[in-house]
Design a protein around this ligand. Structure first.
Ligand code: DGY
Length: 327
């Protein structure tokens, strides 16, 4: 490539990405990159977006009118994430900018992780490991070992039955679980059949499920979908798994329910105000904590970066990006 940097379009890569992917981008673009991976402040983000034609960002970067205030040349903002609650889509559209996300490539990896978290939570795996490391394992015991809850033969309730929710449901079939779900809209008969899932109201799901998995997108409408009132409907033997977004669950109300054992346990990959975790949750042993890693496998994170780059290249090449949000 004989283009000098001066002739290349400028793009921003707001967070660290795989070095090979960055090197490839540098062949076609003048790249402002952030391999130090520090989260940019809103002021820094606004400055970095000024003068670039495209940007690769993550869920940690809030893209709104303020961030776009000086982004006069921007044509595309490509999220390296399927969820895009970090985007103010109307503001992005008003600014004449295309917005994209990374669906499909992470569905199975995220559904796998939902199951991993469910099993770790129901069978008390991390708690057991802490117990061993603390030197507390002195004998095999019928009653004085960490006793958990079964998955097989139980009822799994899924709230949010999009691609990932359906992936969780399909895995549950192999575990001999009965699947019920709640979603904004009911699935087609064929899709319900494919995951052997029955539609119920949110209240019925919370009352009857042995395990509840949350996989719905975050929005003002889904804020605190699970709060004190909803937790009170759940069985004392039930587990709650959140692989969706912080803010879907009222973490303080959850900590109270776990402390008072009105539910059995929770497995959380996402938190309100992450990477901070509510200190009340940190005090409890009946909660499994993960640092927002549901999509974190080598292969999938590479696929997410590659899809975001495909979106960016398509938009800058005058084509429709494969996962355009604001069509
Ligand atoms: C996603 O893709 O939405 C993951 O939660 C990472 O942000």
């Amino acid at each position: 490539n004989t283009q000098t940097n001066a002739q290349k379009p400028k793009i921003l890569v707001a967070r660290a990405i795989f070095p090979e992917a960055l090197a490839k981008l540098e062949e076609s673009f003048e790249v402002r990159s952030n391999q130090a991976d520090q989260i940019l402040t809103p002021e820094e983000l606004k400055k970095e977006l000024a003068g670039v034609v495209g940007a690769l960002v993550t869920g940690s970067e809030r893209i709104d009118a303020q961030a776009l205030a000086q982004a006069k040349d921007l044509k595309i903002v490509a999220n390296i994430s399927v969820g895009y609650n970090n985007f103010d889509v109307p503001a992005i559209t008003t600014a004449g900018v295309m917005a994209t996300n990374t669906p499909d490539v992470l569905t199975d990896t995220t559904a796998d992780f939902g199951f991993a978290l469910l099993m770790a939570t129901a069978r008390r795996i991390t708690e057991s490991e802490h117990w061993i490391r603390a030197g507390k394992w002195d004998k095999w015991s019928i009653v004085n070992n960490p006793l958990g809850m079964d998955l097989h033969g139980s009822t799994l309730g899924i709230i949010g039955m999009g691609r990932i929710g359906q992936g969780v449901a399909k895995r549950a079939l192999g575990f001999g679980m009965k699947v019920i779900y709640h979603n904004r809209s009911r699935l087609s008969e064929a899709d319900e059949k494919a995951c052997a899932a029955s539609y119920v109201s949110k209240e019925e799901l919370l009352r009857t499920a042995d395990h509840v998995v949350l996989v719905l997108p975050y929005s003002a409408q889904s804020h605190h979908t699970i709060g004190e009132k909803e937790l009170a409907l759940m069985k004392p033997t039930a587990t709650l798994i959140n692989i969706a977004r912080g803010g879907i669950v009222d973490d303080l109300a959850l900590a109270k329910a776990l402390r008072e054992k009105t539910i059995f346990a929770a497995g959380l990959d996402v938190f309100e105000g992450e990477p901070s975790v509510n200190p009340e949750l940190l005090k409890l042993s009946n909660v499994v904590l993960a640092p927002h890693i549901a999509s974190a496998t080598e292969k999938t994170r590479r696929a997410m970066v590659d899809l975001a780059i495909d979106n960016l290249r398509a938009a800058l090449g005058g084509k429709k990006p494969p996962s355009l949000i604001n069509a």
